[in-house]
Ligand binder design. Sequence first.
Ligand SMILES: O=C(O)c1ccccc1NCC(=O)[C@H](O)[C@H](O)COP(=O)(O)O
Length: 213
Amino acid sequence: MPRVAAKICGLSTPETLDAALAARAAHVGFVFFAKSPRNVTPDQARALATRAEGVARRVGVFVDPDDALLAVAIAAGLDAVQLHGDETPERTAAIRQRFSVETWKAIPVRTAADLTAAGRYRGAADRLLFDAKTPRGADLPGGLGLRFDWRLLEGYRHAAPWALSGGLDADNVAEAAGITGATLVDVSSGVESAAGVKDVDRIAAFCQAVGRL
Ligand SMILES: O=C(O)c1ccccc1NCC(=O)[C@H](O)[C@H](O)COP(=O)(O)O
């Protein structure tokens, strides 16, 4: 069992999904958000999820989803949902209960004050994902390659299992995991050649770097 596991997020083609699976990514992410260059339809997700079944955990990424979207997406074959919008602890807990699905909540971080929000999700989410807060008015709440000050998580007492995200790549993931103590690291644009275009060599390099930790 590796000490640190990788999640490759925003996969949308069989070739790049296969690269993540071959590189032993523990989690693969599919984005269900129309404005994202990584958006997948439920049909695309079903094909990808089938390919990954039993090999990696399949995580659907959502922004303030309604129940109809969640139902269709989960039926396509997801092991977990990642909520990346303004979902409250109550809404997060309701999704977890209604769909009986492992539920992650993204916590946008810029300053230490942002970490206090994490405690509100104790018991509501199965996992928290600390990600860089995107600028007001940005098109996307994630997947922009932005990082936050990792030292904010140094010695931080976590309310739940968690993962680190935001601006990671093969060159900086060792430093990030070393400072924060993360045992699960999530990447999207750091393994792309252009926005939404995953690169099989960068996926392999990231997973190799994580495997060395
Ligand atoms: O990636 C997207 O397009 C996206 C769209 C809407 C909500 C969340 C999104 N991504 C969430 C992720 O889990 C990303 O992997 C995370 O924000 C890190 O992205 P990056 O800094 O590009 O590695």
